[in-house]
Structure formats: structure tokens, C-alpha cells
Design a protein around this ligand. Structure first.
Ligand code: PGA
Ligand code: ZN
Length: 418
């Protein structure tokens, strides 16, 4: 029988110039799996814990040696010798060993790193691509590979860039391409034309955390859409046909004392007013998804926005649902959303992530597998996961190495399955 032979965690650098961690798993047949985990800058409060060291003398407290130590000293001894192909059991052992609801003892980062590295080593042992291994292991019943379309952040603000908008992400979703490579090309062309539009208006086109532009001096939180609409036209495409729009205002970040503080608009909005604000967007622009339009615990108003706007645009839970099956169940019961953002590290294991996606698909929700804003790595597991589960979109920026590695993996897979 093939067994897990070794598990080794180490600290690496993430895209934010602070550490993340990488895990290498070796099996008894010499198969190797390496995975690294990202984390967010505007993480939801209900996410699995990202265990940082808190030692201010190293990386301002953001070191990951504690999590690395948990991998090497606490998790490894429990998993070495185990059958690597029993992925659910592997994840369950770690969840049990941690014993907390939010993986705060060992760290969601430590557990996820091991979870993914074991799965990748197993895929290598079985000589199948990672996406295929995920599909087989969880007995997912999809026919063919649909391949997720790109959802590309092109203007960013909020926690991801200073001096830009209060709202976090303005995105394009090229739906007009006849395949993924074409969709990626359309997205990149619009992105580069947006740079020209910004320069014409004397706005800077430096990029923020996610590879999107973060211009200072925009008039208000709606201004990005006008620039993006111009860029789509300038690139030779039709908004609403070739290219749709997506928004992630991530308004948990601006929710203060029961109001949404839209500083750029000099307004503090109630939940009702926030919904009406987004209603004007939906009526004016070809939006296809609207993510976190309300705060992560503003539960009363989520069913209202989904009832009022959910037929025209998919209402996506991110901070609301944090890839957590329990929070998703609540959202389903309340009819709070009709799509879900998926981030592996929000819940902290491969098995639970797949469980959440399957739960969402069962009720007809879209799933959108996403990169992270703060500390991304070059790991491309999220793409294989999206392919395995026939997710509708992958949300990733289209510049910066840690983002383009994702699109390059997606295009590589397209060559394999088409
Ligand atoms: P984060 O942002 O990774 O910084 O949390 C991304 C998002 O909110 O979708
Ligand atoms: Zn989000």
C-alpha cells in the first residue's frame, strides 16, 4: 500500500512581501505534492484562522513559523503512514486534531497547505492531472469539463489600494470568447485599453494588490464603470454582449455603526439605501454578478436584495458565506444569495471546499473560485478545483505573476481537455 512518507512545511514569501507557507508531501512511491496557501487583505471575520506569529520582530508580526511548526511537529506525526488517497479522512484527522470551529489552534493555513499537498502528491501517484484527481476522489458527477470563464478585476480600491474607491473591485467578465484563450485575450485587451483611457484622463494606472488599476482622484464610487465602458468600446468589444461587468463592493469593510460609509460620495447609507444604490448600477450597466453588496452579518437585508435584483444579476456571497457549508446552508434557507465565491483558505481544507461547492450547485447557484487579495502565491490549485467542479467563473487579476500563473494554468488545462 502506498503511504504518506513525509510532510514538510516551510515559510515562503507571498505577493504582499510578507510570508505565507508551502508544504511538500512525499509518498512512499516517491510521488511529490507541493502546495502553498494564500490569504486575504479584506478577509471576512467568519473565515478560518490564518495563523500568523504575532512576533513584531519578524515581518511586523506576520511571520508564519508557528503554522509551519504546527505542520512539522503536530500534523506530520499524525499523517505519516496514512493512506494518501483517503482525502476526506486526511482532512478529518486534521480538523479533529485542531478541534476548534475556525481552525484557530493549528491554523487554517497549516491545514489547507497539507490538505492540498497530500491531494497533489496523490494525483501524481495516480498519474492524473490534479483537476481529474479532485473529480475522481470526490466522485463528482459532472460530464465533460465546462471550464470556468475569467472574471477579471480591472479597477480596485477599498482595502486593496489607498486613495482609490471605497468599494473594492470593478470587474469585467468576457463572455464573448469562443473558448477560454479567447476570453482571456479579450479580457487582457480591455485591461490594456483601460490603461490608455486612464492616461488620457490624467489618472494613474499603477496597480494594486490584485493587479487591477487603482487610480487616485476618481470623482465617486460609480466613476470606474464609465472608464471601463469606454475601455471595452476602445478595445473593439460590445459591453453587454462580448463583455459583462461584475462588482465586488466588499462593503463589510465600510460598514460602521449600522451604516455604509461611502466616503467618496460623502454619504452614509442604510442597508435599504445601499440596495437602492446598487439598483441604479444594475439598471445602468450590464452587470452579471454583484458580490458582497451588504455586510457579512447584515442577514436581514440579503434576502431583500436577492429578491429585488437576483433575477437580473447573481448576488454572490463571499464574506457572508466564507466557503463554509453551515453559512451557505443558512444563506440557502433564507434565499439570501444565488451564487457563492469560493476561496480554499476561507474554510481551510480541500474536502470542505468541495462540499460547499457541491451544496451550492445542487440548488442551482453559480460558484466562482477566487484568488486572494493580500498574500497570493503562485499556487494554481484554485484553477484545478474550478475545473473539477465545473465552476462558472474564476476570479483573478490579469497582471502580476501570482495572478497570471492562474490563467496560464487554465489555458494549459484547456489544451488538455479540448
Ligand atoms: P481578499 O479580497 O482576498 O483580500 O479578501 C478578495 C475578495 O474580497 O473577493
Ligand atoms: Zn469579495
Amino acid at each position: 500500500m502506498i503511504k504518506i512518507k513525509s510532510i514538510k512545511g516551510r515559510e515562503i514569501l507571498s505577493s504582499g512581501a510578507t510570508p505565507s507557507l508551502e508544504v511538500k508531501v512525499v509518498l512512499s512511491d516517491a510521488s511529490i505534492g507541493v502546495a502553498s496557501v494564500p490569504f486575504g487583505a479584506s478577509a471576512g471575520i467568519h473565515e478560518a484562522t490564518v495563523l500568523f506569529d504575532g512576533d513584531k520582530k519578524r515581518y511586523g508580526g506576520k511571520g508564519m513559523l508557528k503554522a509551519v511548526n504546527n505542520i512539522n511537529k503536530k500534523i506530520a506525526p499524525k499523517l505519516i503512514g496514512q493512506n494518501p488517497f483517503l482525502q476526506k479522512k486526511i482532512d478529518q484527522i486534521m480538523i479533529y486534531l485542531d478541534g476548534t470551529p475556525n481552525k484557530s489552534k493549528l491554523g487554517g493555513n497549516a491545514i489547507l497547505g497539507v490538505s492540498l499537498a497530500v491531494a497533489k502528491a496523490s494525483a501524481q501517484s495516480k498519474k492524473v492531472p490534479f483537476y481529474k484527481y479532485i473529480r475522481q476522489t470526490y466522485r463528482l458527477k459532472y460530464k465533460n469539463y465546462k471550464l470556468p470563464k475569467p472574471m477579471i478585476v480591472v479597477i480596485e480600491g477599498g482595502k486593496h489600494a489607498v486613495n482609490s474607491t471605497d468599494l473594492q473591485e470593478y470587474m469585467i467578465t468576457p463572455v464573448g470568447g469562443k473558448n477560454i484563450k479567447e476570453s482571456v485575450r479579450i479580457g487582457a485587451e480591455v485591461y490594456l485599453n483601460l490603461k490608455k483611457v486612464l492616461h488620457q484622463k490624467n489618472l494613474n494606472a499603477n496597480v494594486g494588490n490584485e493587479g487591477a488599476y487603482a487610480p487616485a482622484g476618481l470623482k465617486n464610487n460609480e466613476s470606474p464603470w464609465l472608464l471601463i465602458m469606454q475601455a471595452i468600446k476602445k478595445a473593439g468589444y460590445k459591453a453587454g454582449k462580448d463583455v459583462m461587468l461584475s462588482a465586488d463592493p466588499a462593503v463589510s469593510e465600510i460598514f460602521e455603526n449600522g451604516k455604509y460609509n461611502m466616503k467618496k460620495d460623502k454619504k452614509k447609507l442604510s442597508s435599504r439605501q445601499m440596495i437602492d444604490y446598487f439598483k441604479t448600477w444594475v439598471n445602468k450597466y450590464p452587470l452579471i454578478t454583484l458580490e458582497d453588496p451588504l455586510a457579512e452579518d447584515d442577514w436581514d437585508w440579503w434576502p431583500v436584495i436577492t429578491k429585488e435584483l437576483g433575477k437580473k444579476v447573481r448576488i454572490v456571497g463571499d464574506d457572508l458565506t466564507v466557503t463554509n457549508p453551515e453559512r451557505l446552508k443558512k444563506a440557502i434557507d433564507l434565499k439570501a444569495i444565488n451564487a457563492i465565491l469560493i476561496k480554499l483558505n476561507q474554510i481551510g481544507s480541500l474536502s470542505e471546499t468541495v462540499q460547499t461547492i457541491e451544496m451550492a450547485h445542487k440548488v442551482g447557484f453559480w460558484s466562482i473560485v477566487s484568488h486572494r487579495g493580500g498574500g497570493e502565491t503562485n499556487d494554481t490549485s484554485m484553477i484545478d478545483l474550478a475545473v473539477a467542479t465545473n465552476s462558472e467563473f474564476v476570479k483573478v487579476g490579469i497582471s502580476r505573476g501570482e495572478r497570471v500563473s492562474k490563467y496560464n494554468r487554465l489555458m494549459e488545462i484547456e489544451d488538455e481537455v479540448r
